[in-house]
Design a protein around this ligand. Structure first.
Ligand SMILES: [Zn+2]
Length: 354
């Protein structure tokens, strides 16, 4: 057995044992847990089969519903993010505190997640990236990978982009995806040109690109829709304009400022909470954020937050389809934070030079 699979098996056994011994129930009521905040992170909630393509990014709606039910069963106190952070600092968190965040602002947030959020009356924060909200076409990177998954088993003939005809099987789909993205990068294509490229790709794979667009898989919410969300009580916060950060301070700053200006057109509430795109952060980022008046920033490193945690490097549990209910409950009680968990591997994919 692979080492990580063995570790996971051992961890699941430990979680079962903790449940049998009521360690989790004890922790849920403990002062130790009361001093801690669990921040949850979600991405897409599938409109169709997106979770079958990428179960780490997309979750079927029934799984999200079950997570919300578990929060209710465990009597978790779901707080607005800003309030949760303030009360953590003041030492006045209620027991079993949880904050819920969604990244990016996919259209499916509006149609799939919001009805559940309303039903459970949970406050949520939406970290909105604004370029594709303005330019309301499918987000290139995700739509491109999805198209080649959708056409798996077929042969892609696209000499100008990928060279020789290539079979889109499990062995080389990732490499082809990378080759298309490298082509886009080196050609310095605009949003509109990238959209045309997706249409070209879909046509070559026999996929109806317009149908995909009509259903708005991989679209973000428009500014008008984001306004509706804000009016419905969703806390809209910062996630950079182009879902990019940079080692270049001015470029980094511009991404925050443009994102903030776009959000200011959506909601009158000031946007001062930030989420690192792709969870990627460099040591200089917290200071740059502080200079822009940002008061908190979340990563994708799993963990519970305490008063001692740097506000600009708050850990989050990225919930996903592969996480079992036991693991999820273990995170709500806190017992899972004691067990070894796979560290979030930061990818430099979100980093762009100025
Ligand atoms: Zn994101």
């Amino acid at each position: 057995m692979h080492r990580s699979a063995m570790l996971r098996g051992a961890k699941l056994m430990a979680l079962k044992a903790a449940e049998a011994l009521h360690v989790d129930r004890f922790l849920l009521r403990s002062a130790w847990r009361s001093r801690r905040l669990l921040i949850l992170c979600y991405h897409g909630i599938s409109i169709d089969d997106e979770h079958l393509w990428d179960s780490s990014l997309y979750m079927p709606r029934p799984v999200l519903r079950r997570r919300f039910e578990i929060l209710r069963e465990l009597d978790a106190k779901v707080l607005p993010l800003g309030e949760a952070i303030e009360r953590m600092e003041a030492g006045t968190l209620p027991p079993r505190s949880v904050a819920i965040t969604f990244d990016d602002g996919n259209y499916d947030f509006l149609t799939q997640a919001l009805p559940l959020i309303r039903e459970f009356s949970y406050p949520v924060t939406l970290y909105l990236t604004t370029y594709y909200s303005d330019f309301n076409r499918p987000v290139f990177d995700v739509a491109c990978s999805y198209l080649s998954w959708k056409a798996r088993g077929r042969t892609l003939v696209w000499p100008e982009v990928v060279g020789a005809p290539v079979l889109l099987d499990d062995a080389n789909r990732a490499a082809i995806d990378r080759r298309i993205k490298d082509y886009v990068k080196s050609a310095g294509l605009s949003g509109a040109a990238k959209d045309n490229l997706l249409r070209d790709l879909a046509g070559r794979l026999g996929i109806d690109y317009d149908a995909l667009g009509t259903r708005r898989l991989f679209h973000l919410v428009t500014a008008d829709e984001a306004r509706e969300l804000a009016a419905a009580g969703v806390d809209v916060q910062l996630h950079t304009h182009r879902h990019r950060t940079s080692r270049d301070r001015d470029f980094f700053r511009r991404e925050i400022d443009e994102n903030r200006a776009a959000i200011a057109r959506i909601t009158s509430e000031p946007a001062n909470h930030f989420c690192y795109p792709g969870g990627f952060h460099l040591p200089e980022f917290p200071e740059w954020l502080r200079e822009r008046g940002v008061v908190s920033a979340t990563t994708c490193e799993p963990g519970l937050t305490t008063r001692e945690t740097d506000r600009l490097l708050l850990p989050r549990l990225v919930d996903h389809t592969g996480l079992t209910e036991e693991e999820f409950r273990g995170w709500v009680s806190g017992v899972a934070s004691w067990l070894p968990h796979r560290a979030h591997v930061m990818s430099e994919g979100q980093l762009l030079e100025g």
